[in-house]
Design a protein around this ligand. Structure first.
Ligand SMILES: [Fe+2]
Length: 320
């Protein structure tokens, strides 16, 4: 299937020129005359590359670019901003808005085609990465979906752990790993039979043994994917306890990777504040008191918990 290029320019002559060059090369071309129309056309047709004029009525190119780049579903589509030669300011603002490339007016045909080709191969590559991620996320969510009690658990974990990560000043890559970890941390439960996973009563020792394998299974599922490498320690170690009584490796204290310690707090908090087959939900305040006792017992990281508590206490007050 030929690649689809969306041309956005308020001047018909400019649109027609670009259209002609690209259609001659076999691309499918869509056109929009302003930013609003561009977003509508984008939503319907999902083009592979967007060529955006900067100066347009209604919604300018920089704003359109920003909107596309801020949305997780559209951020990987390459955007080229078309600027006037003298408009250095536009380039700076374009970079800030996340533009992938720039073309200068008047547009040189061969430069246009070279850029479009390069961006299309980048798009093909990121589509592959996106597909891997979405397959894994779908798998993780289907496991969450098996259990009506845990609806929304993955998203809440991503949210709680991201907030704690930001609070303690982690880098963007670490925040990203936490967000992904929130979704896929329990993906290894795919190997746990439903009779155990959904059992309403207490698990027998043998059943526990099977259940406790899920972090290692999850790590094994994600390990071949380079993209998920930073998430592996979260998946493997999200059930460790500081005193070494957790699983699968019985790690102690700082041996437990920081991101896993964060995910554990988020996971425990969410488990006690939502209804489960074996208990009813505790209000935020009581859940935090219970976790405080577990900190005294030597299970959770004291300093991290103090930060977590201050984030959740504020939220709890607003919620109640
Ligand atoms: Fe787990």
């Amino acid at each position: 299937m030929p690649a689809t290029i969306l041309i956005v320019d308020d001047e018909a002559a400019n649109r027609e020129l670009l259209e002609e060059v690209l259609m001659n090369r076999g691309y499918t071309v869509l056109a929009a005359k302003d930013g609003l129309e561009a977003l509508e056309t984008f939503a319907i047709h999902r083009p592979d590359v967007v060529l955006l004029d900067v100066m347009m009525p209604h919604l300018g190119g920089i704003q359109v670019c920003k909107q596309l780049k801020q949305n997780a579903e559209t951020r990987l589509t390459p955007v080229v901003l078309v600027t006037a030669l003298s408009a250095l300011d536009d380039r700076v603002r374009g970079l800030e808005a996340g533009a992938d490339d720039f073309l200068t007016k008047p547009i040189d045909r061969s430069e246009l085609l070279t850029r479009v080709r390069a961006l299309l191969s980048l798009k093909a590559f990121t589509d592959d990465l996106d597909n891997i991620e979405s397959v894994l996320f779908t798998l993780a969510r289907s496991i969450e979906g098996k259990d009506s009690y845990t609806g929304g658990h993955c998203d809440r974990l991503s949210d709680y752990s991201e907030r704690l990560g930001r609070r303690i000043g982690l880098r963007e890559e670490e925040i990203k790993a936490l967000r992904q970890g929130g979704i896929v941390h329990d993906v290894g439960k795919v190997a746990v039979p439903d009779a155990i996973l959904l059992k309403p009563g207490k698990l027998t020792p043998d059943e526990w043994k099977v259940m406790r394998e899920h972090p290692v299974t999850g790590e094994r599922i994600c390990a071949p994917m380079r993209l998920f490498r930073p998430v592996l320690p979260i998946i493997r170690h999200h059930h460790e306890k500081l005193d070494g009584s957790g699983y699968p490796d019985g790690l102690k204290g700082a041996e437990i990777p920081l991101l896993a310690r964060i995910m554990t707090l988020a996971d425990v908090y969410d488990a006690v504040t939502t209804d489960r087959p074996y208990h009813t939900a505790l209000p935020a305040g009581e859940a935090l008191e219970m976790m405080e006792r577990d900190v005294q017992r030597g299970w959770w990281d004291r300093e991290l918990f103090a930060e977590f508590k201050s984030i959740m206490s504020v939220k709890g007050r607003i919620d109640s």
